[in-house]
Ligand binder design. Structure first.
Ligand SMILES: [Cu+2]
Length: 299
């Protein structure tokens, strides 16, 4: 993992490093200069989780840096909320499984999971409005599993000012999540370009009509993508060792149709199944069950 300084510097055009991360940069006159938005993930006692960040930031290009002060991996899912809906309502939507995703939940994005003691960053052009940040990653296993959001890792902030025409800086790798409808058939997939072993600066974009994320599950030696696909699409538990290493899944947060962001992704060399577990807004089966799984070799 990169320190926050290096990560921010790599997104190019980042203004300065160090200083007070809690305040947006004073020099915000140039639209291509990202405002900085510092998020800290913490644990409060044994069971409560929290995240702290500024109460507002100016619309436009924003680089969010998540510093993990907890003892488990933490992430920050961003959502723009339209209308009068509480943070609890948002948590309910995010933790629901295969249920409808209401249209008052928009945009998405945020910072992928970072290891304890590390930092990660994501840049995106934020539209004005009210946003909720939450950590939807899990704590514990099985039916007792609760997301960090349900344990308190939530909050809201305001994006102020006018809609910006700022653009993301160009980076080396691209992940495109897509879906298309032809007649009564809907297809889902990923296009992956330029990923390499190590630290990747990735342009993640959603050119489809539904919400997507891109999770990287390492394929075990000798396992095929077809076996991984069967694992996620069949109700029967396959015999033998699982084709993917569940303990090492990494990837992006969820973004809505038409949204793009630059994120830092750490990938070890190897073969991966790239998967989307999100469902259509109207609910129903997850996208992996509809074929949104792709193999990629990282070296
Ligand atoms: Cu999807």
């Amino acid at each position: 993992m990169l320190g926050s300084c290096a990560a921010v510097a790599l997104t190019a055009l980042a203004a300065g490093c160090g200083g007070d991360d809690d305040k947006p940069d004073a020099a915000q006159t140039e639209p291509s200069k990202p405002a900085r938005f510092a998020i800290t993930a913490t644990a409060e006692g044994k069971t409560r989780k929290a995240m702290t960040f500024p109460s507002s930031v100016k619309a436009g290009l924003v680089t969010m840096t998540l510093t993990n002060s907890d003892t488990v991996p933490r992430s920050a899912q961003l959502l723009r909320i339209v209308g009068d809906h509480s943070v609890d309502e948002v948590v309910e939507v995010v933790t629901g499984d295969g249920e409808e995703i209401p249209t008052w939940v928009q945009d998405g994005g945020g910072v992928p999971a970072v290891e304890p003691g590390a930092s990660g960053s994501a840049s995106q052009v934020l539209a004005p409005g009210r946003y909720v940040l939450l950590d939807d990653d899990g704590a514990g296993e099985g039916d007792d599993a609760k997301s960090h959001a349900e344990l308190g890792a939530t909050g809201e902030f305001e994006v102020t000012g006018e809609r910006s025409r700022a653009r993301l800086p160009a980076v080396a790798a691209t992940i495109t999540a897509e879906d298309a409808t032809e007649g009564r058939t809907k297809t889902y997939g990923f296009r992956l370009e330029g990923l390499k072993a190590g630290t990747n600066q990735v342009h993640f974009q959603n050119t489809g009509a539904e919400l997507h994320h891109a999770l990287f599950a390492p394929l075990r030696r000798g396992a095929t993508l077809a076996q991984a696909e069967q694992l996620f699409t069949s109700s029967r538990t396959p015999s033998g060792p699982p084709p993917v290493d569940f303990s090492k899944i990494s990837g992006t947060k969820v973004i809505d149709a038409g949204i793009e962001q630059n994120v830092t992704l750490e990938l070890a060399a190897g073969r991966y199944a790239v998967i989307c577990f999100i469902s259509d807004r109207e609910g129903g089966k997850s996208h992996v069950e509809k074929g949104m799984i792709e193999e990629v070799m990282v070296e």
